[in-house]
Design a protein around this ligand. Sequence first.
Ligand code: SF4
Ligand code: ZN
Ligand code: ZN
Length: 329
Amino acid sequence: MVKCRLCGSKAVIKLQYARMALCRNHFIEYLENRVRKTIVRYKMIKEHERVLVAVSGGKDSVSMLNILSKLHKEVGFELVALHIDLGIDDYSELSRKIVEELSITLEIPTIIVSVRELLKAGIPELARKLRRPTCSVCGVVKRYITNAVAVEIKANAIALGHNLDDLTAYVLKEFFNQNLGYISKLGPKTSNLNNLAIGRIRPLYEISEKESLVYALVLGLPFVKAECPYVRDDSMERLLKTQINELDYRFPGTKVGLMRKLAKNIETSYPPVRYNITSCRECNLISSDELCTYCKLTKRIFGRPYGSETREFIRKKINDLGINRSKGN
Ligand code: SF4
Ligand code: ZN
Ligand code: ZN
Protein backbone atom coordinates (compact mmCIF):
# COMPACT_ATOMS: atom_id res chain seq x y z
CA MET A 1 0.00 0.00 0.00
CA VAL A 2 1.32 3.42 -0.96
CA LYS A 3 1.17 5.68 2.09
CA CYS A 4 0.50 9.39 2.52
CA ARG A 5 3.76 11.23 3.12
CA LEU A 6 2.11 13.45 5.72
CA CYS A 7 0.11 11.04 7.88
CA GLY A 8 0.91 7.49 6.78
CA SER A 9 -2.66 6.51 5.85
CA LYS A 10 -3.64 5.07 2.47
CA ALA A 11 -2.67 7.36 -0.41
CA VAL A 12 -5.18 8.23 -3.17
CA ILE A 13 -2.69 9.89 -5.51
CA LYS A 14 1.00 9.86 -6.29
CA LEU A 15 2.29 13.25 -7.38
CA GLN A 16 5.24 12.59 -9.62
CA TYR A 17 6.56 16.18 -9.84
CA ALA A 18 6.31 16.75 -6.06
CA ARG A 19 7.69 13.24 -5.40
CA MET A 20 5.01 12.43 -2.84
CA ALA A 21 1.82 10.47 -2.32
CA LEU A 22 -1.12 11.88 -0.38
CA CYS A 23 -4.24 10.52 1.36
CA ARG A 24 -7.72 11.85 0.57
CA ASN A 25 -7.79 14.64 3.15
CA HIS A 26 -4.25 15.82 2.62
CA PHE A 27 -4.74 15.80 -1.16
CA ILE A 28 -7.91 17.94 -0.91
CA GLU A 29 -6.10 20.41 1.32
CA TYR A 30 -3.02 20.39 -0.93
CA LEU A 31 -4.96 20.96 -4.15
CA GLU A 32 -7.14 23.75 -2.77
CA ASN A 33 -4.02 25.40 -1.44
CA ARG A 34 -2.34 25.19 -4.83
CA VAL A 35 -5.31 26.84 -6.54
CA ARG A 36 -5.26 29.53 -3.86
CA LYS A 37 -1.54 30.11 -4.55
CA THR A 38 -2.13 30.17 -8.33
CA ILE A 39 -4.79 32.85 -7.89
CA VAL A 40 -2.40 34.93 -5.76
CA ARG A 41 0.69 34.29 -7.93
CA TYR A 42 -1.01 35.52 -11.09
CA LYS A 43 -3.13 38.18 -9.36
CA MET A 44 -6.32 36.69 -10.78
CA ILE A 45 -8.98 37.94 -8.33
CA LYS A 46 -9.14 40.83 -5.89
CA GLU A 47 -11.36 41.31 -2.87
CA HIS A 48 -14.92 42.51 -3.63
CA GLU A 49 -14.66 41.55 -7.29
CA ARG A 50 -17.31 39.57 -9.10
CA VAL A 51 -16.27 36.43 -10.98
CA LEU A 52 -18.37 34.62 -13.55
CA VAL A 53 -17.50 30.91 -13.53
CA ALA A 54 -18.20 29.00 -16.75
CA VAL A 55 -19.38 25.51 -15.73
CA SER A 56 -19.86 22.87 -18.41
CA GLY A 57 -20.49 20.07 -15.91
CA GLY A 58 -17.22 18.25 -16.66
CA LYS A 59 -14.71 17.34 -13.93
CA ASP A 60 -12.56 20.44 -14.39
CA SER A 61 -15.25 23.09 -14.21
CA VAL A 62 -16.99 21.25 -11.35
CA SER A 63 -13.74 20.97 -9.35
CA MET A 64 -12.97 24.62 -10.09
CA LEU A 65 -16.41 25.77 -8.92
CA ASN A 66 -16.11 23.74 -5.73
CA ILE A 67 -12.69 25.22 -4.91
CA LEU A 68 -13.77 28.78 -5.76
CA SER A 69 -16.90 28.36 -3.64
CA LYS A 70 -14.59 27.75 -0.66
CA LEU A 71 -12.17 30.54 -1.52
CA HIS A 72 -14.72 33.23 -2.25
CA LYS A 73 -15.82 33.43 1.36
CA GLU A 74 -12.26 33.47 2.60
CA VAL A 75 -10.95 36.08 0.12
CA GLY A 76 -14.19 38.04 -0.14
CA PHE A 77 -15.06 37.93 -3.82
CA GLU A 78 -18.43 37.21 -5.36
CA LEU A 79 -19.24 34.20 -7.52
CA VAL A 80 -21.88 33.76 -10.20
CA ALA A 81 -21.95 30.57 -12.28
CA LEU A 82 -22.96 30.20 -15.92
CA HIS A 83 -23.99 27.03 -17.69
CA ILE A 84 -24.74 26.95 -21.42
CA ASP A 85 -27.07 24.13 -22.42
CA LEU A 86 -25.80 23.41 -25.94
CA GLY A 87 -28.73 21.25 -26.98
CA ILE A 88 -26.51 18.21 -27.68
CA ASP A 89 -28.99 15.43 -26.80
CA ASP A 90 -28.41 13.38 -23.63
CA TYR A 91 -24.99 14.87 -23.07
CA SER A 92 -26.41 18.38 -22.60
CA GLU A 93 -29.37 17.17 -20.57
CA LEU A 94 -27.12 15.38 -18.12
CA SER A 95 -24.64 18.29 -17.94
CA ARG A 96 -27.42 20.71 -17.15
CA LYS A 97 -28.86 18.52 -14.39
CA ILE A 98 -25.44 18.18 -12.79
CA VAL A 99 -24.80 21.93 -12.80
CA GLU A 100 -28.28 22.64 -11.40
CA GLU A 101 -27.65 20.14 -8.59
CA LEU A 102 -24.24 21.60 -7.81
CA SER A 103 -25.53 25.14 -7.83
CA ILE A 104 -28.06 24.23 -5.12
CA THR A 105 -25.50 22.32 -3.01
CA LEU A 106 -22.90 25.07 -3.21
CA GLU A 107 -25.48 27.90 -3.01
CA ILE A 108 -24.02 29.72 -6.01
CA PRO A 109 -26.44 31.73 -8.18
CA THR A 110 -26.34 30.06 -11.59
CA ILE A 111 -27.46 31.48 -14.90
CA ILE A 112 -28.54 28.77 -17.34
CA VAL A 113 -28.74 29.73 -21.00
CA SER A 114 -30.31 27.16 -23.32
CA VAL A 115 -29.15 27.46 -26.93
CA ARG A 116 -32.29 25.65 -28.08
CA GLU A 117 -34.53 28.12 -26.25
CA LEU A 118 -32.53 31.05 -27.59
CA LEU A 119 -31.88 30.02 -31.20
CA LYS A 120 -34.67 27.45 -31.68
CA ALA A 121 -32.14 24.70 -32.41
CA GLY A 122 -29.27 22.92 -30.68
CA ILE A 123 -25.63 23.34 -31.77
CA PRO A 124 -25.57 20.25 -34.09
CA GLU A 125 -28.63 21.47 -36.06
CA LEU A 126 -27.19 24.98 -36.32
CA ALA A 127 -23.91 23.55 -37.62
CA ARG A 128 -25.76 21.48 -40.22
CA LYS A 129 -27.72 24.52 -41.38
CA LEU A 130 -24.52 26.52 -41.69
CA ARG A 131 -22.50 23.63 -43.15
CA ARG A 132 -19.75 24.36 -40.70
CA PRO A 133 -17.93 22.04 -38.25
CA THR A 134 -19.97 21.56 -35.06
CA CYS A 135 -17.12 22.62 -32.76
CA SER A 136 -16.50 25.84 -34.65
CA VAL A 137 -20.18 26.91 -34.36
CA CYS A 138 -20.18 25.80 -30.73
CA GLY A 139 -17.07 27.89 -30.02
CA VAL A 140 -18.58 31.07 -31.48
CA VAL A 141 -21.89 30.63 -29.60
CA LYS A 142 -20.24 29.73 -26.27
CA ARG A 143 -17.74 32.58 -26.39
CA TYR A 144 -20.44 35.10 -27.28
CA ILE A 145 -22.92 34.04 -24.60
CA THR A 146 -20.23 33.83 -21.91
CA ASN A 147 -18.93 37.30 -22.70
CA ALA A 148 -22.42 38.78 -23.03
CA VAL A 149 -23.39 37.45 -19.59
CA ALA A 150 -20.14 38.72 -18.05
CA VAL A 151 -20.66 42.19 -19.54
CA GLU A 152 -24.27 42.24 -18.35
CA ILE A 153 -23.49 41.38 -14.72
CA LYS A 154 -20.39 43.61 -14.79
CA ALA A 155 -18.13 40.72 -13.89
CA ASN A 156 -14.47 41.56 -13.29
CA ALA A 157 -13.35 38.23 -14.74
CA ILE A 158 -14.55 35.03 -16.37
CA ALA A 159 -13.10 31.87 -14.77
CA LEU A 160 -12.46 29.04 -17.22
CA GLY A 161 -11.75 25.43 -16.25
CA HIS A 162 -8.78 24.82 -18.58
CA ASN A 163 -6.33 22.57 -16.80
CA LEU A 164 -2.55 22.25 -17.14
CA ASP A 165 -2.79 19.39 -19.67
CA ASP A 166 -5.26 21.28 -21.89
CA LEU A 167 -3.12 24.38 -21.83
CA THR A 168 0.24 22.74 -22.58
CA ALA A 169 -1.35 20.94 -25.53
CA TYR A 170 -2.92 24.18 -26.86
CA VAL A 171 0.37 26.03 -26.49
CA LEU A 172 2.37 23.36 -28.34
CA LYS A 173 -0.22 23.10 -31.08
CA GLU A 174 -0.13 26.85 -31.65
CA PHE A 175 3.66 26.77 -31.51
CA PHE A 176 3.82 24.08 -34.20
CA ASN A 177 1.56 26.24 -36.33
CA GLN A 178 3.60 29.32 -35.37
CA ASN A 179 0.47 31.15 -34.24
CA LEU A 180 2.48 32.98 -31.59
CA GLY A 181 -0.16 35.68 -31.25
CA TYR A 182 -2.68 33.09 -30.19
CA ILE A 183 -0.31 31.77 -27.50
CA SER A 184 -0.59 35.20 -25.88
CA LYS A 185 -4.18 34.31 -25.00
CA LEU A 186 -3.17 31.08 -23.23
CA GLY A 187 -1.61 32.56 -20.12
CA PRO A 188 -3.13 32.50 -16.62
CA LYS A 189 -5.22 35.56 -17.40
CA THR A 190 -6.18 37.83 -20.26
CA SER A 191 -7.08 41.47 -19.93
CA ASN A 192 -10.37 43.24 -20.17
CA LEU A 193 -10.75 44.95 -23.57
CA ASN A 194 -12.51 48.30 -23.10
CA ASN A 195 -15.33 46.53 -21.20
CA LEU A 196 -16.42 45.03 -24.52
CA ALA A 197 -14.72 41.72 -23.74
CA ILE A 198 -14.23 40.70 -20.12
CA GLY A 199 -10.83 39.24 -19.17
CA ARG A 200 -10.45 35.52 -18.52
CA ILE A 201 -8.72 33.77 -15.64
CA ARG A 202 -7.64 30.13 -15.39
CA PRO A 203 -7.54 29.03 -11.75
CA LEU A 204 -6.53 25.47 -12.80
CA TYR A 205 -3.52 26.82 -14.75
CA GLU A 206 -1.11 24.65 -12.73
CA ILE A 207 -3.47 21.76 -11.95
CA SER A 208 -3.22 18.59 -14.05
CA GLU A 209 -6.16 16.68 -15.50
CA LYS A 210 -5.42 13.76 -13.16
CA GLU A 211 -5.44 16.02 -10.10
CA SER A 212 -8.74 17.64 -10.99
CA LEU A 213 -10.28 14.21 -11.68
CA VAL A 214 -9.07 12.71 -8.39
CA TYR A 215 -10.27 15.83 -6.51
CA ALA A 216 -13.78 15.47 -7.96
CA LEU A 217 -13.81 11.72 -7.27
CA VAL A 218 -12.62 11.78 -3.66
CA LEU A 219 -15.10 14.53 -2.83
CA GLY A 220 -17.90 12.70 -4.62
CA LEU A 221 -18.70 15.79 -6.71
CA PRO A 222 -21.24 15.16 -9.47
CA PHE A 223 -19.75 15.56 -12.97
CA VAL A 224 -20.41 14.32 -16.49
CA LYS A 225 -18.22 11.30 -17.11
CA ALA A 226 -18.98 11.01 -20.82
CA GLU A 227 -17.33 13.37 -23.24
CA CYS A 228 -19.22 15.49 -25.71
CA PRO A 229 -19.99 13.21 -28.71
CA TYR A 230 -18.28 15.73 -31.00
CA VAL A 231 -14.86 15.47 -29.31
CA ARG A 232 -12.39 14.04 -31.82
CA ASP A 233 -10.19 11.18 -30.63
CA ASP A 234 -7.62 11.86 -33.30
CA SER A 235 -7.24 15.58 -32.68
CA MET A 236 -3.74 17.00 -32.48
CA GLU A 237 -4.39 18.27 -28.91
CA ARG A 238 -5.27 14.79 -27.76
CA LEU A 239 -2.16 13.22 -29.26
CA LEU A 240 -0.02 16.00 -27.84
CA LYS A 241 -1.50 15.45 -24.38
CA THR A 242 -0.44 11.80 -24.41
CA GLN A 243 3.07 12.65 -25.55
CA ILE A 244 3.50 15.49 -23.07
CA ASN A 245 2.35 13.27 -20.22
CA GLU A 246 4.96 10.72 -21.17
CA LEU A 247 7.55 13.46 -21.16
CA ASP A 248 6.30 14.74 -17.81
CA TYR A 249 6.52 11.22 -16.37
CA ARG A 250 10.18 10.91 -17.46
CA PHE A 251 11.01 14.50 -16.51
CA PRO A 252 8.63 15.46 -13.70
CA GLY A 253 7.59 19.12 -13.67
CA THR A 254 7.91 19.63 -17.44
CA LYS A 255 4.30 20.83 -17.86
CA VAL A 256 4.26 23.22 -14.89
CA GLY A 257 7.71 24.48 -15.86
CA LEU A 258 6.58 25.29 -19.39
CA MET A 259 3.43 27.12 -18.28
CA ARG A 260 5.26 29.12 -15.59
CA LYS A 261 7.92 30.21 -18.06
CA LEU A 262 5.22 31.07 -20.58
CA ALA A 263 3.41 33.25 -18.03
CA LYS A 264 6.68 35.07 -17.40
CA ASN A 265 7.51 35.60 -21.08
CA ILE A 266 4.03 36.09 -22.45
CA GLU A 267 4.17 39.84 -22.85
CA THR A 268 7.65 40.03 -24.33
CA SER A 269 7.79 36.89 -26.50
CA TYR A 270 4.18 36.42 -27.60
CA PRO A 271 2.72 39.78 -28.55
CA PRO A 272 -1.03 39.57 -29.19
CA VAL A 273 -2.26 39.85 -32.76
CA ARG A 274 -3.22 43.48 -33.24
CA TYR A 275 -6.63 43.94 -34.71
CA ASN A 276 -9.10 46.70 -34.88
CA ILE A 277 -11.15 46.60 -31.66
CA THR A 278 -14.52 48.11 -32.18
CA SER A 279 -18.10 47.42 -31.13
CA CYS A 280 -20.59 45.52 -33.25
CA ARG A 281 -23.20 47.83 -34.78
CA GLU A 282 -25.95 45.34 -33.91
CA CYS A 283 -25.14 44.25 -30.35
CA ASN A 284 -22.42 46.68 -29.19
CA LEU A 285 -20.11 43.90 -28.01
CA ILE A 286 -16.52 43.35 -29.15
CA SER A 287 -15.90 43.02 -32.85
CA SER A 288 -13.14 43.54 -35.38
CA ASP A 289 -15.66 44.32 -38.06
CA GLU A 290 -18.96 46.11 -38.51
CA LEU A 291 -20.77 42.97 -37.29
CA CYS A 292 -19.32 40.59 -34.68
CA THR A 293 -18.77 36.89 -35.49
CA TYR A 294 -21.93 35.86 -33.63
CA CYS A 295 -24.10 38.43 -35.41
CA LYS A 296 -22.66 37.32 -38.76
CA LEU A 297 -23.31 33.67 -37.92
CA THR A 298 -26.88 34.24 -36.75
CA LYS A 299 -27.55 36.45 -39.78
CA ARG A 300 -26.74 33.47 -41.97
CA ILE A 301 -29.27 31.36 -40.05
CA PHE A 302 -32.14 33.80 -39.54
CA GLY A 303 -31.54 36.33 -42.28
CA ARG A 304 -30.80 38.99 -39.65
CA PRO A 305 -28.26 39.33 -36.83
CA TYR A 306 -29.44 38.06 -33.48
CA GLY A 307 -27.02 39.77 -31.07
CA SER A 308 -29.41 42.36 -29.60
CA GLU A 309 -32.13 39.77 -29.02
CA THR A 310 -29.60 37.44 -27.43
CA ARG A 311 -28.51 40.19 -25.05
CA GLU A 312 -32.14 40.90 -24.20
CA PHE A 313 -32.75 37.18 -23.58
CA ILE A 314 -29.73 37.09 -21.24
CA ARG A 315 -30.85 40.23 -19.38
CA LYS A 316 -34.18 38.59 -18.68
CA LYS A 317 -32.50 35.44 -17.29
CA ILE A 318 -30.32 37.57 -15.03
CA ASN A 319 -33.29 39.64 -13.80
CA ASP A 320 -35.32 36.47 -13.15
CA LEU A 321 -32.53 35.22 -10.90
CA GLY A 322 -32.43 38.54 -9.06
CA ILE A 323 -28.73 39.13 -9.78
CA ASN A 324 -27.76 42.73 -9.29
CA ARG A 325 -26.58 44.06 -12.68
CA SER A 326 -25.00 47.21 -11.36
CA LYS A 327 -22.47 45.47 -9.10
CA GLY A 328 -18.79 44.85 -9.86
CA ASN A 329 -15.80 47.18 -9.68
FE1 SF4 B 1 -18.79 22.06 -28.34
FE2 SF4 B 1 -18.70 19.45 -27.99
FE3 SF4 B 1 -17.16 20.58 -29.85
FE4 SF4 B 1 -16.63 20.95 -27.26
S1 SF4 B 1 -16.52 19.02 -28.39
S2 SF4 B 1 -16.65 22.55 -28.84
S3 SF4 B 1 -18.70 21.00 -26.38
S4 SF4 B 1 -19.40 20.52 -29.82
ZN1 ZN C 1 -2.52 12.11 4.89
ZN1 ZN D 1 -22.89 41.51 -32.64
